[in-house]
Design a protein around this ligand. Structure first.
Ligand code: FAD
Ligand code: UDP
Length: 397
């Protein structure tokens, strides 16, 4: 794996980048911060200082070879999927791709069965050999119609009934979020469909693939630009008064930016337990989910399925959800959306700062959605900048 090779990469707040006044200070070198940095530098010729408090680029998508040389994702499995051709086109400037369709099994009643629930899941679990049509009737007989679907419990119970909900969703969700599904917005479990055919892919998006040489390599290519300075191991607070800049684009938690003055927005965290095993493979697919409440982790990932790497060892990660630690997941529920709205209003009254990304806009976004959000911000900045130059031109007449 290539090491970070950006000439401008520096580490630690004591490093003084030498550009005078930056057009933009961008906080967070994940997808949000890196895409907007690249666009502003390459598209508009802006001078950008990109910082991250972690010792690496790529945010939560960071991957690296572990001690055994197996390419692993430090913050859990990241699979790229999207329906948007323009997002694929944009990212393809920085990487080639490895086709990959994600498949997940769940350990339920002592068996490994496909999740999303599909025809195979139902037949295996109940020892049946139903057709798709029969499976539809099977589920319809068990579904418990909910008049107004508001919560993550409603969505599933309404579709497949309580027994399957408890086997596949209740325990997993309680572990993942520290909340009962009835306390979470319907959008959370709606991410996982139910099928009565044999399609066992986790996603059905048009484009599903992995960056051929890994995410970190993609980010290295994206950020390799003379107008981008990069400071790692550097918190916003350490440079905000040290560096001169005109505007901040902040991709960290919005409540932290405002010193939690309206209260804390809840984020769910994860503890990752990484392990390298001296065997070629550990499990049949990249991810196995464990909805059983007695198992303390939610899932195990084996990276070689994602990356296609051939290696005599294999590396796996168990995910233990927790409250304390890096903020990974905004928690979708009404009261949190309300508090976020108040922070957003505060942000709108604060000059020279724009919030972006999963943490900056408190949205449970996938990678492609964050890339889309950053490209949309760029289009706005570009449009405002051409309006400004037209105005300057008119003034001169
Ligand atoms: P991040 O990647 O979180 O980047 C924000 C960066 O800001 C961080 O590096 C942080 O260190 C830095 N930062 C924050 N505050 C400060 C500060 N004060 N000073 C300096 N730096 C700061 N999406 C998919 O599309 N497919 C998947 O399979 C998938 N799997 C996922 C699995 C897990 C376990 C998790 C947690 C997420 C997954 N995602 C997946 C979502 C994906 O990680 C996010 O959509 C994406 O990383 C968001 O990018 P971002 O730039 O907004 O945030
Ligand atoms: N979920 C579940 N059981 C599963 C898989 C998912 O209950 O086997 C629920 C859980 O609440 C999870 C949500 O569905 O947080 C969305 O799942 P997804 O895989 O999209 O979550 P991700 O880890 O990608 O954020």
């Amino acid at each position: 794996m290539p090491q970070i090779n950006l000439e401008t990469a520096k580490s630690g707040p004591s490093c003084q980048p030498g550009r005078g006044v930056y057009d933009y200070l961008i906080v967070g070198a994940g997808f949000a911060g890196s895409v907007i940095a690249e666009r502003l530098a390459q598209g508009l010729g802006r001078n950008v200082l990109l910082i991250d408090r972690r010792p690496h680029i790529a945010g939560n998508a960071y991957d690296h070879p572990d001690e055994a040389g197996v390419l692993v994702h430090r913050y859990g499995p990241h699979i790229f999927h999207t329906n948007a051709q323009r997002i694929v086109d944009y990212l393809s400037r920085f990487t080639q791709w490895r086709p990959y369709e994600h498949r997940v099994l769940a350990q339920v009643d002592g068996q490994l069965v496909p999740i999303p629930i599909n025809l195979t899941t139902l037949n295996k679990l109940y020892g049946l050999s139903m057709t798709s049509e029969q499976a539809e009737v099977f589920l319809a007989e068990r579904a418990e119609p909910v008049a107004t679907i508001r919560t993550s419990e409603d969505v599933v119970v309404n579709q497949i009934g309580r027994t399957l909900y408890e086997k596949f969703f209740r325990g997993y969700t309680r572990k993942q979020w520290g909340l009962d599904p009835s306390a979470l917005d319907k959008s959370v479990t709606s991410r996982v469909p139910t099928r009565t055919n044999e399609d066992d892919r986790y996603f059905t998006d048009t484009f599903q693939m992995m960056p051929r040489d890994g995410y970190t390599r993609l980010f290295e290519q994206m950020l390799d630009h003379p107008r981008i300075d990069l400071l790692l191991d550097t918190d916003f607070k350490a440079v905000r008064d040290e560096v001169k800049f005109k505007h901040v684009i902040y991709c960290g938690p919005i409540d932290e930016y405002f010193d939690f003055q309206l209260g804390r927005l809840p984020y769910r965290s994860l503890r990752f337990e990484h392990q390298t095993l001296e065997q070629e493979h550990y499990q049949p697919v990249a991810v196995v989910n464990y909805p059983d409440p007695d198992v303390p982790y939610t899932r195990i990932t084996e990276y070689k399925h994602l990356t296609g790497q051939v290696h005599p060892c294999t590396s796996i990660t168990r995910e233990f959800p927790c409250d304390e630690g890096d903020p990974y997941y905004p928690v979708p529920r009404a009261e949190n959306a309300e508090l976020y709205k108040r922070y957003k209003a505060l942000a709108e009254q604060t000059p020279n700062v724009t919030f972006l990304g999963r943490l900056g806009t408190y949205k449970y976004y996938n990678m492609d959605q964050v890339v889309g959000q950053a490209l949309a911000l760029y289009r706005d900045i570009e449009a405002a900048s051409s309006e400004a130059s037209v105005a300057v031109g008119l003034d001169a007449i």
